[in-house]
Every structure is written in structure tokens, then in C-alpha cells.
Design a protein. Sequence first.
Length: 129
Amino acid sequence: MRSRSQAVYVISVAAELSGMHPQTLRIYERRGLVQPARTQGGNRRYSDLDIERLRRIQDLAADGMNLEGIRRVMELETEVERLRAELDQLRTFASTVVADAARRPPRRDLVPLRQTVAVFSQHPHPFGT
């Protein structure tokens, strides 16, 4: 079984799968909306993920968005995915730390300390208060 990121489709097949003209795929590549892999001979190869991306571009264009707007929306969607993954990792880490702390016996060598913080100023307040 191949991965969804494995680039296997030539441009004509990718165009057909995404419901677009091959020239449209070339335009999207020039605009930075999609980056197909290249063979050693320089031929484009598209993956299933690229096809999904092309369909997302098509949906946004059908909603009336221009190519620059589509590029920005897709950048933001990628950033949201990255941040969600990071948040999931941090939640897992925090849960582990809390669980580890709950299993440890309380430390007896720590003594509570009561302190009052006093703020001293060398310069008088400029408004006289």
C-alpha cells in the first residue's frame, strides 16, 4: 500500500482526478498553490494529497475567492493544523507531568515561606502622588 503523499500521477491524470485542465494545474504551481514532485527528467508527479489540495483550491475558487486569497487561506489552514498538533502534544505532556507529580510522595524538605514584597522608588512620582 502506498502513502497518500507518494507522487504517482502525471499531470493529465491529476487534472482529470481534480476536475481541472492541465494548464490550470501549471498556473497553480506558478502561483505557489501546489508543489508537485518532479522526476529526474523534470516531469510533474502529483500525490493523493496534491489532488485533495487541488480540490480544496477549486472549492475556494467556486466560492469567489481569488488566487492570492486562496493561497492565504490555505497557509492559515496549514498553520491551524500545525498549532492543533502542537497543542495536542503539549496537552499530552502536561497530562504526563501532572500524573507523575500526583504519584510522587509530597516533599518534606520544602518549607512554606511567607514574604511581603515592598517596592521602593528612588525617584519621586512625576505627578506628585
